[in-house]
Design a binder for this molecule. Sequence first.
Ligand SMILES: [Zn+2]
Length: 325
Amino acid sequence: MNKSYNSEPKCGAEDVSEEDMELINSYSRKKLKAEDVFVFSAVLCDNEIDRDFERFSVESLKTLAELFKGKTAIKNHSMNSEDQSARTFKTQLVTDESKKNSLGEPYVYLKAYSYIPRIKKYESLIEEIESGIKKEVSVSCSVGKSICSICGADLRQSACHHKKGKSYKGKLCYLELNDPLDAYEWSFVAVPAQKNAGVIKNFKDKEENTVAQDAVKSIKELDSEIILSREDVKALRDYIVSVETQAQDGREYRKALETETVKLFALTSPEISNDCTKSICKSLSTKDLKELNGALKEKNRELSAPQLVKAKQQSENSLNSQFRF
Ligand SMILES: [Zn+2]
């Protein structure tokens, strides 16, 4: 099973040592010199509970540190091999004693050192990393165990009734990801530095509907990458469902309006065929159709009013004529 993990955006250029060059050359077909490569580091994952209420144990991070050695770093999780531009040659498990995770444990993170050949093709990518554009990193790996923090059940084996993100007697339920089996790749996504220029993931604390509306607004305004958290995706999904319902209502209203307008045409302008009035109604915008419908209703009232008078007169006449007999 895959685990996409979004870590803090940390990515930066690094100096290259001789030892690094030896490691790099163990992955390179051609012998590279320090000036041939651009080396950078990135925090891949940590022992903090993430947005999906899942976290890696320190043991898992240790295993992942081994598994990610030699793996490629790609841009935007693209399947295009052209994008497999960086390779991780060194990993490091770092404990930051000055920082605690939300469980009060020392903060531990997995740092990956990767290199990119300094060739024309990768110039802009290197520039992006060097200029410190904010990055979001996502790792793809599989784990053997997902342990419920409340009851210790391994959800890969059996289910439990606890829900991620909910608290049970003051204890947060999350899944601890253990026993990593494989690491596939990691990817970094360039995030425009300007606020609202594409990062939607920070809209979490707003009302759900606002999240979706902000997301839709950003999608409309933007032509570059957009990062969506799982919550954003959920909010968008709910929004789409509600919009679909509204659209269905709209379609039904439109259909009823068309049918009524065709009938009004038949009453007011019987010389025009039904087929013709149907196609007129279909071709109009709903706004214009509404206007036409209103006008035809008015015309129909005018036409039927004298008819009623006439009918009344006729019936009176017939009554009178009866008397004439
Ligand atoms: Zn449980």
